[in-house]
Structures are given as C-alpha cells and as structure tokens.
Design a protein around this ligand. Structure first.
Ligand SMILES: [Zn+2]
Length: 436
C-alpha cells in the first residue's frame, strides 16, 4: 500500500472513531473512559520512554507521575521521547527547516517542529505520521462540517511547521496552506483567488482579512470561519463577525495539542476524551490546566503544565456535553501584571481585567498593546486615528481601575503605533519585567 493512501485510511479510521464515540453526557462515564485510555497509554507508550518507564512498569497512578513545565520538558527531551532522539540533532533539523521553510525532513519517522513560544524557552515538538493522521481526523470531526458531495476549499493560515496541517487533500476537502510570514497583502490576494468555503486563521490574521474585506480589496464568502491559536477577545470577535456573514468557531490549539473547540452554542469545551485536564485553581473559577494527552506517542505529554489561565463556566452548557465548559481563555500566566500595593504587598492583576477596562472605556481604536515594563510603569501602544484623545481616555480609565486596587504612583506612557513583526502573535497585555 502506498504511504499516501495508508495515511488517508488512517485519517478516516480516526475520523470514524471520533464519530462513533459521540457526545459524552455523563461525567462518571467520561472519567471511566479516561482511566481506560490512561492505562492503555501507560502500558503501550510510557514503557518505551526512559523518563517514565519505571513508573509505568510499576503501574503508578497518574497522580504519582511528576508534573512538568516547558523548561523541564525540554531539559529532559532525550529521555522523554520514545524514538531515542537527541535534542541536539532534533534542534538542528528544526532550525534548518525554519530557514529553508521546508518542513518535510523526518527523523526516525517523525517531523520536528519548533515552537517559537513567547515565554522564552524554545520548544521542540515531534509528530509522527500516525499522530498527524489522528490530529487531522479529530479536527475534521470536531471542527469542519463535511459535505459529502461538494468539494470544500479550506484556507489555513499558519506560522511555520506546515507539515502537521497541510496534509489533507481528499475528494471532499482541499486544504491550502498560507504562510503568515509572507506579506499580508500577498496572502490576501491569493485568498481572493482561492475563494475558500472555510477560512481558518489566528484572530489577528482574521482581523486583517476582515479589514481587507471591509475596504473592498477582496470579496470572499466563507461559510465558516475558524479562529485558532490565540485568544479571541470580544472586540475582535465582533469585528470579524460583522464582516463575514458566517458562523465563527474557535479552536483552542497550541503546540502541546488540540485542546478544545466551541460547540454549536458557542461554548468552548475542553477535549477531555483525548486528554485529562487537571486543574490548578488560582481562585474559584480560574485555573491553569495540567494536561495528559493520549494522542502523543513520539513525545509523551504527561501532567504538562500549560501557561494559560482558563476560566470555568459555572453552569452546564445547553448542548449537553459534559466536557468542561469555559467562560473564556484569559491568556498567559506570564502576563499577569504584578504591582506593589499601598501596604507593601504585591497586587496581581489578571490581563483579562485590563482588557475589559480598556474595552469599556472607548472603542476608538483598532488594536492596542499594553506592556508592564517596570514595577510602576505601563506602556500603551495604540493604533488609532485620534491618538491623543483615545490615549488619555484609556490611561484615565486604567488609573482609576488600578487605584481602586490600591496601586498608586503609576506612570502610563502612550505611544502611537504597535511594533509588529510579521507572524508575531499580538499579545494585548504583556509583562516585560525580567525577574532577577
Ligand atoms: Zn456546549
């Protein structure tokens, strides 16, 4: 059997598996399902990982395995992966692929991706063809509505590592990969020619496409818009929806996996049938997810602590799914702002709260970025025509909000225009203080 055909059959196999699985409506049943998956994963995969082998052989419960963060994950790369790959050789292949923009080189049957990550440490991710097929099957099943007799064109905007995504070309779907490191004007022209039925991109790119549509530079009529990879905030969501009369689905996806997707009611649900999400609570509803993914066998992801802050929805979703429902994804734990309070204590301010203050104060801007650069210094970069007015409205609102929290003596510096590099994720609130 040729490998292309084998690959497509695998996608189909996983697609059917996820279809047959249906919707979990019962939490106890889901937890039993997860435990079965976990035991199988421990036996089949973790016994082949030098890092986890001992615990796996001893049938240790998940809670006995160590939690790991990105830095620990990279420091133990050689021992964690099940392919016997060394970090130095994988890094070399990944860097070469980035430079040549050719991601087809395989090492022991796996492609190597580099996560450029914003948190400092560079991550290396291994993906085998089977994992790729599984990922595709899941995404197709959960995100893309299939129409059997009509070919659908899917435009996928991505940074780097095309391999994972550009692999699907079948009777019912045609995937086109748009590299977001190319100038956006060129990409938009190519998109106009392609005329996608489904448009999938990160929010900042969707925003740029919506702007081009508004300015009548292009005229596309997608039937579905998919937002993934970054947090989609309410202003961007409204702007995108205003310019395309198509439903908008959000995918919560990062190098660490396919983590969640919105249901028909617009609620983001965690994919708890492919991963266990332990919750490290920050308050009653906010938590940091710690994930154990059953779909990653080249490089097992076990009790991996993500950098994101998620907010749980208190009431169940009307769709009936028992997968954890999220109110929203707030952003990165790294970006929590910390200020000295009036009594010498440290005051934490979640990025999402700052975004709400800004959104409430005015809508006279297209984009902004707020950075904490010193203990009592914020930098506000704004894209707007009435820079002076908008900047003073927003800084006043922030001063009032932060003073209520006991933070005084704050300096807010405003700057017109955002320094944006091509392909860079726009983080609205950033903590830039280097702690030493
Ligand atoms: Zn739902």
């Amino acid at each position: 059997m040729n490998s292309q055909l084998g690959f497509k059959l695998k996608i189909l196999w996983y697609f059917l598996q996820y279809t047959l699985r249906g919707t979990f409506r019962n939490r106890a049943k889901l937890e039993r399902f997860q435990q079965r998956k976990w035991r199988k994963f421990r036996r089949k995969v973790l016994t082949r990982s030098p890092f986890y082998q001992q615990l796996a052989d001893a049938h240790a419960a998940l809670g006995e395995f160590p939690t790991i963060n990105k830095a620990g994950f990279m420091a133990n790369f050689d021992a964690i992966n099940t392919l016997g790959l060394k970090q130095s050789e994988a890094m070399q292949v990944a860097l070469q692929a980035e430079i040549a923009r050719d991601f087809s080189t395989e090492l022991k049957g796996a492609t190597v991706g580099l996560s450029t990550g914003t948190s400092g440490t560079r991550g290396l991710f291994l993906v085998s063809p089977t994992e790729r097929a599984q990922w595709t099957g899941m995404v197709l099943r959960r995100v893309v509505p299939l129409r059997l007799f009509k070919k659908q064109r899917v435009a996928f905007f991505l940074r780097a590592n095309s391999n994972l995504y550009s692999s699907v070309q079948s009777a019912s779907l045609e995937f086109r990969f748009f590299d977001i490191f190319q100038p956006i004007e060129q990409l938009i022209q190519a998109l106009e020619v392609f005329q996608p039925h489904i448009l999938a991109a990160q929010p900042s790119v969707l925003g740029a496409i919506a702007e081009a549509q508004l300015a009548k530079q292009i005229n596309i009529k997608p039937q579905l818009v998919i937002s993934f990879a970054e947090v989609l905030n309410p202003e961007d969501k409204a702007f995108i929806q205003k310019n395309f009369s198509a439903p908008l689905r959000e995918v919560y996806q990062c190098t660490e996996g396919f983590l969640g997707v919105t249901c028909a009611h617009g609620t983001m649900h965690l994919n708890e049938d492919i991963a266990i999400f332990e919750k490290k609570y920050l308050d009653e509803t906010r938590f940091i997810p710690i994930i154990t993914d059953f779909t990653r066998s080249s490089q097992p992801i076990i009790r991996y602590e993500l950098n994101d802050i998620l907010v749980e929805k208190p009431e169940p979703c009307p769709c009936g799914s028992c997968f954890t429902a999220l109110e929203r994804i707030e952003g990165r734990e790294d970006d929590v702002l910390i200020f000295p309070g009036s009594n010498g204590e440290m005051v934490k301010v979640f990025p999402d709260l700052i975004c709400r203050v800004i959104a409430r104060s005015t809508d006279g801007f297209r984009a902004y970025r707020l950075r904490q650069v010193g203990a009592l210094e914020l930098q506000l970069e704004l894209e707007t025509e009435d820079f002076q007015d908008v900047a003073s409205i927003i800084s006043n609102a922030l001063h009032v909000f932060l003073q209520e929290k006991g933070i005084k003596g704050l300096i807010i510096q405003c700057k017109q225009e955002i320094d944006r590099k091509a392909g860079e994720k726009l983080r609205r609130v950033e903590q830039k203080i280097v702690s030493k």
